[in-house]
Design a protein around this ligand. Structure first.
Ligand code: PGA
Length: 253
């Protein structure tokens, strides 16, 4: 299966910085065409700008546009929320759902995350569903139980459509910390998630399971070499064009 390298810009950027980053990416992608799928998940106010830039530069046509969150409601009196249909209309192919920063700082429960996944799938936007344990959960030996509980809620609410999602395993202790799960540690959790998907769908082999958490230009290749690591969700390193391009180049099928 083709790997997916998705950048998560988080709450970073400006009109000028986005344009500079995308033009640096365009230069790199023009000479070294990716063998993987590539996406950039950008702050909502910049979706239209990035969509326009991606559409106007042939070298960027390989970039799938993504958002970082979506409402669990279809429309109506939900001030501040953005619906999946709106994302679709703005050209989004992907949306990150249930990132640990949203679970931690915005109180997103497993049920809310499952509802967001339903909304994304209904609008034909591929949800990148994040799961992952905190440091204390890992130290208490609860890693497997936590990620299985998080994914089970999404499977339960989405039935056979589950083969349409992308999963991202992001250990919370590795996000933005410079501490990465070792390839073996990550693979062990990915295998657990794959087995859980297999029990839910006969299409589990085609569900991409990304690793995220301090993936960078130097550790990407060894993580991506693991059998159940089908790509990466990249935060900090996706804001630096040379690093993001190196990670894309490391993602061969
Ligand atoms: P990081 O972030 O690569 O900066 O650790 C990953 C993420 O939060 O998606």
């Amino acid at each position: 299966m083709k790997k997916l390298i998705a950048g998560n810009w988080k709450m970073n950027g400006s009109l000028a910085a986005n344009e500079a980053l995308l033009s640096a990416l365009a230069q790199g992608l023009a000479v070294d065409q990716p063998l993987c799928d590539v996406a950039v998940c950008v702050p909502a106010p910049y979706l239209a700008q990035v969509h326009a830039l991606v559409s106007s530069q042939p070298a960027l046509s390989v970039l799938g546009l993504g958002a970082q969150d979506v409402s669990n409601q279809a429309s109506g009196a939900y001030t501040g929320e953005v619906s999946a249909a709106m994302l679709r209309e703005l050209g989004c192919r992907y949306v990150i759902v249930g990132h640990s920063e949203r679970r931690q700082y915005h109180g997103e429960t497993d049920a809310v995350v499952a509802g967001k996944v339903q909304q994304a799938l209904a609008a034909a936007v591929t949800p990148i569903v994040c799961v992952g344990e905190t440091l204390s959960e890992r130290e208490a030996g609860q890693t497997e139980a936590v990620v299985k509980r998080q994914l089970a809620a999404v499977i339960h609410a989405n039935g056979h459509c589950i083969s349409e999602i992308v999963v991202a395993y992001e250990p919370v202790w590795a996000i933005g910390t410079g501490k990465t799960a070792s390839p073996e540690e990550a693979q062990a959790v990915h295998a657990v998630l794959r087995a859980q998907l297999k029990a839910a769908t006969d299409q589990a082999a085609r569900v991409k399971i990304l690793y995220g958490g301090s993936m960078n230009a130097s550790n990407a290749a060894s993580l991506l070499a693991q059998p159940d690591i089908d790509g990466g969700l990249i935060g900090g390193a996706s804001l630096k064009a040379p690093d993001f391009l190196t990670i894309i180049a490391a993602a061969r099928a």
